[in-house]
Design a protein around this ligand. Structure first.
Ligand code: PHE
Length: 453
């Protein structure tokens, strides 16, 4: 077997992890979750979940990944050989592939919007026409499947190129650009007439709309956004060099992810209000809103508007790609390391499977709209199942593994690089407490309230 690849530098590790974390979860999912669950109050719940419940899982996954230097399944076999923990390894191979399938559908929408931007569709359209774009497009059959296919092929191509050339090379260049772009868009959006209502919506909490579902959704969003509970961060950590700092990577990734989501909120919400769109409009929120901004810009400066629209949809596409490749890599690591498959065959197998499930998700906005699973469309069902249940469940098991199965000495050794990192040594007891008690109990409480209330 080829020797295991590693990320080349600390910057590369953080960019790859941030690349996995920052994605459609921040730009597409976060704003509509905020809109569905009461604005600023949801943002606060999401921030609390991110740091108290979800960051400990980041540490758990990185500790397991770097200690074992294996993908999820191999890690469990190595650190707890011959125990039922291997099922956790297997579970976390399957869940990111399921996420990939519907994520790729949304990734496809961003491909379509990029085409539309390049054809000046947003710049030249009448404002009334723009409102109908999204609904018409996703409910059609061939178009969304075609762009889902394009997106999936791009993901497969990058993963095929390998960890260093593909994943590291791609994320190192694109992530910093992404940050600059989203800030620029937020600034513009906040200056639109009528934007102030959106800004207030994001800043003034109204807890009367918060219920058990909102709390569960906030936790689910935090897991989804930080790519946790599905072994992606674990797998990336297995490519981390021994001298890397787990605490710094975790905090660095969580802070960049959170900042990105909040800035994306400020790019989208003011425009939602300026356009008179309902904040609770659901999964189409961003795709309904952004064309409105670009159309408005187009009145005074058509070329500028078209160029910014193109840059923006390239941004979304790239953010989506850097996340999607991390989902695929989990399965590829499993199939190559455990099943002895060649990288190419592993990529092909996962691509075909996720593509097929994705087609069903895509059709669930059109011809299959009447197919309901527990009252949800196929797409919504998979999204809720993954974010609110599978990811937190995987995260719960990872933290139990580190907090209760691994020895304290091993965890200390890995977290502090053998006691050499002063800050990590000083904070170890706090992290250990979060890992053993706070995160598991918190996740279980959210599960139970969501089930029974
Ligand atoms: N964190 C990614 C995003 O915000 C989604 C993701 C989930 C990636 C789970 C990997 C694993 O878009």
């Amino acid at each position: 077997m080829a020797p295991r690849e590693n990320f080349g530098s600390r910057f590369a590790v953080i960019m790859a992890m941030a690349g996995s974390a920052v994605g459609l979860g921040n730009i597409w999912r976060f704003p509509y979750m905020v809109g569905e669950h009461g604005g600023a109050a949801f943002v606060i719940l999401y921030m609390l979940s991110s740091f108290i419940l979800v960051l400990p899982i980041f540490f758990a996954e990185t500790i397991i990944g770097r200690r074992s230097r294996q993908g999820t399944f191999g890690a469990m076999e190595k650190l707890a050989p011959g125990t039922p923990w291997k099922w956790l390894g297997l579970f976390t191979v399957v869940s990111p592939i399921v996420i990939l399938s519907y994520y790729s559908v949304v990734g496809g929408w961003s491909v379509e919007y990029l085409f539309k931007a390049a054809c000046l569709d947003f710049t030249n359209a009448e404002p009334s026409e723009i409102q109908g774009f999204f609904g018409q497009f996703i409910s059609s059959t061939g178009g969304p499947i075609a762009v889902h296919t394009i997106f999936m092929l791009l993901v497969a191509g990058i993963v095929l190129a390998g960890v260093k050339k593909g994943i590291e090379g791609f994320t190192k260049v694109t992530m910093p650009i992404l940050f600059i772009l989203i800030i620029a868009l937020a600034v513009y959006s906040m200056t639109l007439p009528g934007a102030s209502e959106g800004i207030t919506y994001l800043l003034k909490p109204d807890f009367s709309e918060v219920d058990a579902h909102a709390v569960a959704a906030a936790m689910g969003q935090a897991f989804f956004s930080l790519s946790l509970g599905v072994g992606t961060i674990l797998t990336y950590a297995s490519y981390m060099r021994k001298e890397e700092n787990i605490l710094a990577s975790g905090v660095g990734t969580a802070v960049s992810d959170l900042l990105f989501a909040v800035i994306a909120g400020f790019a989208v919400m003011p425009a939602v209000f300026a356009a008179g769109i309902e904040p609770g409009a659901g999964a189409g929120l961003v795709f309904d809103t952004l064309p409105f901004i670009f159309n408005k810009m187009g009145v005074g400066a058509p070329w500028l508007s078209a160029i910014i629209a193109i840059i923006f949809f390239v941004t979304i596409l790239v953010a989506a790609l850097t996340s999607a490749i991390s989902m695929m890599e989990v399965g590829v690591a499993y199939l190559t390391e455990e099943k002895g498959m060649r990288r190419g065959s592993a990529v092909l197998a996962i691509t075909v499977f996720a593509w097929c499930v994705g087609v069903l998700c895509s059709l669930s906005f059109g011809p299959l709209a009447d197919v309901k699973l527990l009252g949800n469309s196929i797409f919504d069902f998979l999204d809720k199942l993954c974010s609110n249940w599978l990811l937190p469940a995987g995260g719960l098991l990872f933290t139990l593994f580190v907090g209760w199965k691994m020895s304290r000495a091993d965890v200390f050794d890995e977290f502090t690089n053998g006691g050499t990192l002063k800050a990590n040594v000083a904070l170890f007891n706090v992290v250990w407490f979060l890992l053993r008690f706070v995160a598991p109990v918190g996740i279980v409480v959210v599960f139970l309230t969501n089930l029974f209330l």
